[in-house]
Design a protein around this ligand. Structure first.
Ligand code: AMP
Length: 192
């Protein structure tokens, strides 16, 4: 089973690429943000809990996220591959993912695509997206800025450990959707 992580700040295009790649290769698109939003829409207990954090633009605590993720990933143990979009976001979440993959003999993290982009570009993209996505956390400039800050503080450095050196592929996220998916697809084909 193949495990591909799309990593980068909010608004860098992870979700768009995850959709394209998962369709192309028949992989599962696993987005923790989407799962939380689904719970919020259905007003489950998890959704109510998560919304307190999401609406403020801060990370949902690891204990809650990891629990949810553990339940979710078990639905996909027969998949060819999984594209992770928005997970892991902390070092603890990396450990949890590695632990699950090991426990259920599901292979290892194969590639981490690291999306790089200028801050002013992502702020504009997020505010623009907010107009059609109706995501609370995309429409408010303060929340958008808070999410970017949270990314810089809590998330951006989590793959710094030398052990991931050979798994990380950097990409320029200001290129077009087509250019990026072409690049990503080529790398994945090499893996198959
Ligand atoms: P996203 O759709 O990936 O932009 O996520 C939207 C929001 O959901 C984030 O701003 C966080 O509050 C929360 N969230 C999503 N994934 C995670 C995660 N792996 N860890 C903690 N919080 C998360």
């Amino acid at each position: 089973m193949i495990h591909i992580i799309l990593f980068g700040p909010p608004g860098c295009g992870k979700g768009t690429q995850a959709k394209i790649i998962s369709n192309k290769f028949g992989f599962i698109h696993l987005s923790t943000g989407m799962i939380f939003r689904d719970h919020m829409k259905k007003k489950t207990n998890l959704g109510k809990l998560a919304s307190c954090y999401i609406n403020k633009g801060i990370l949902v605590p690891d204990a809650i996220t990891t629990n949810m993720f553990y339940i979710e990933i078990q639905k996909y143990f027969n998949a060819k591959g999984i594209i992770y979009d928005g997970y892991p976001r902390t070092k603890n979440q990396i450990f949890s993912l590695e632990k699950i993959l090991k426990k259920f003999c599901l292979g290892k993290i194969n590639i981490i695509f690291y999306f790089f982009i200028q801050k002013n570009l992502i702020i504009n993209r997020l505010l623009k997206r907010g107009k059609t996505s109706y995501r609370n956390d995309d429409t408010n400039i303060i929340t958008v800025q808070r999410r970017i800050k949270e990314y810089e503080k809590e998330t951006s450095l989590i793959w710094k450990n030398y052990k991931w050196k050979n798994n990380i592929i950097r990409l320029n996220a200001s290129l077009s959707v087509e250019q990026i998916s072409f690049f990503v697809e080529k790398k994945i084909i090499n893996l198959l």
